[in-house]
Design a protein around this ligand. Structure first.
Ligand code: NI
Length: 260
């Protein structure tokens, strides 16, 4: 059974079938999914979904692409949302230098830093979005040695991956590792211990091969487990069990009670 640690189920593309899809996951090999917010309203929507489905958990945060209207008062709202029993992380937060039209770097860095402070004060892990901002993301998380979490859709170097692992962080891998032109990710996956790897979809975006171009959902997360198994030369069952255990450990979701 798999744990999709990153799926945006509040997205409008799930409006036609969200209920059926989420209800069907445990019967289709996905025992858990974590839904991270990108702003206050999507964070609230993640919590609402987590209340409806026992296998859905939530994270709350403001994404770097959505931080243009940031006010420090948002921290109080995030702090109050984070007290919900199904909220297991602050995310997704981070830096995105890819799009020219994104909020200014200084604002992104301030918003990221404030939310890492929040994660630290609440003893919650962080879900980090790092796009074309590897050096600054690493420097910022190193300001908060008590905070760990996951670098979602990891796209940095092998050296940075090993440094993050050393600091206690996990790395999340998504659809791009299944693409034919994937080069860096297989090297990173080979180099880091399986005990620090998470599988994610980032649904509805970035569907893995052979579903590329379609709407992504957690039922495709097995493709990430298969690809990691292939790269590491391990049975896919081992990768599925270990990545699920990793996600439960990081997000403090206890193993289900064993049936007698
Ligand atoms: Ni995401």
């Amino acid at each position: 059974m798999l744990f999709d640690t990153h799926a945006h189920y509040y997205d409008g593309r799930f409006d036609p079938d969200r209920e059926e899809l989420l209800a069907s996951l445990p019967g289709r090999g996905v025992e858990l999914a974590l839904c991270p917010g990108c702003d206050l309203s999507s964070s609230r929507a993640c919590i609402a979904l987590s209340e409806r489905f026992p296998h859905i958990y939530a994270a709350v945060g403001v994404h770097p692409e959505d931080c243009g209207d940031w006010e420090d008062g948002f921290l109080w709202e995030l702090r109050s949302l984070a007290s919900h029993a199904k909220v297991r992380a602050i995310g997704e937060i981070g830096l995105d230098y890819y799009w020219k039209e994104n909020p200014p770097k200084a604002l992104q860095q301030n918003v990221f830093r404030r939310q890492l402070e929040l994660a630290q004060s609440l003893s919650l892990p962080a879900i980090v979005h790092d796009r074309e901002a590897h050096g600054d993301c690493l420097a910022l998380v190193k300001e908060f040695p008590q905070v760990t979490g996951v670098f979602h859709c990891y796209s940095g170097s092998v050296d940075m991956a090993l440094e993050l692992v050393e600091l206690g962080w996990y790395l999340g891998f998504d659809g791009p590792i299944t693409y034919k032109n994937a080069k860096k990710a297989p090297e990173v996956i080979s180099a880091v211990p399986l005990e620090r790897i998470l599988v994610e979809t980032d649904a509805p975006y970035m569907a893995p091969e052979p579903f590329r171009g379609r709407r992504n959902d957690s039922t495709y997360v097995y493709r990430m487990a298969e690809t990691i198994a292939q790269i590491k030369g391990l049975p896919v069952e081992t990768v599925a069990a270990q990545t699920t255990a990793n996600g439960r450990r990081l997000f403090r979701i206890p193993e289900p009670a064993k049936k007698e």
